[in-house]
Design a protein around this ligand. Structure first.
Ligand code: GLP
Length: 240
């Protein structure tokens, strides 16, 4: 099964074969795969080589390790379409997952320079600054740092943010959400977010920055979100 003459490294061949076996459900989601020792015997390679293959699959989010137990087939990544302006709550519900949030920070402060630019605010104007950990079925998926202009939302209480900000805006105010500009980049997770998301300090996150506008063109939020790269993939439809 392994071709030692190939220019493809042996660990990469094993990785590929395990990937196929996972996608063909030889090992369904949640099952434990054979131990390093068993795989090493099966492929007639060293345990180091097997370890390297497994490490790659863990990094890609196909496998997860449980200390003292073994290596298991991970839940597939959530596919997040990038075509519509949807909320976290809508995204989770559309997949049959239950959204929830922990509010870590909720404060009013003078808008920092960058936020002022995004939200078209004058110097000295106030914003709400909110940090929320967003969960799907209780599992932390993303950390969001949101700035909202106070002048647009004079009555904003914390309970609104425990569920959906967008539905609060559209229900409590005569506002209609229009469009947003998003930027996306990959980054090594920062220490604080690794704790919030309960991931290793060397995990990778997908950073999305969104500035959103009401239908009348006024910007109403500036948000930095860090999504777990091991649990998320972003999909967009592109037309020629
Ligand atoms: C997504 C976006 C955020 C937005 C949030 C609103 O997560 N990345 O920019 O603020 O949805 O979600 P909800 O209405 O569930 O609070």
């Amino acid at each position: 099964m392994i071709n030692k003459q190939s220019h493809v490294p042996v660990y990469a061949q094993i990785e590929e074969q395990l990937k196929t076996q996972i996608s063909e459900q030889k090992y369904p989601v949640g099952t434990m795969i054979p131990s390093e020792r068993e795989l090493a015997t099966q492929y007639k390679v060293s345990r180091m080589t097997v370890r390297q293959a497994l490490a790659e699959l863990v990094k890609d989010g196909l496998l997860r390790r449980e200390k003292g137990k073994g290596t298991f087939v991970a839940n597939p990544k959530l596919e997040q379409p990038l075509n519509g302006l949807t909320s976290f709550t809508e995204d989770m519900r559309s997949r049959g997952l239950e959204p929830s949030s922990q509010i870590v920070v909720f404060e009013k402060k003078k808008a920092p320079f960058d936020v002022r630019k995004d939200l078209m605010l004058e110097e000295g104007e106030f914003v709400y600054y909110i940090i929320r950990v967003r969960n799907a079925d209780g599992e932390p998926m993303a950390v969001e740092r949101t700035y909202l202009p106070v002048h647009l939302f004079p009555r904003l209480d914390m309970t609104a943010l425990e569920s959906s900000l967008y539905s609060f805006i559209e229900k409590q105010y005569p506002y209609q959400i229009g469009n947003a500009i998003q930027q996306m980049e990959a980054a090594r997770i920062n220490k604080e977010d690794a704790t919030f998301l309960n991931v290793r300090p060397d995990a990778v996150s997908l950073l999305i920055k969104r500035t959103s506008y009401l239908k009348d063109g006024r910007p109403f939020e500036s948000v930095h979100s860090a999504y777990r790269a091991d649990r998320y993939k972003f999909i967009s439809e592109i037309k020629r």
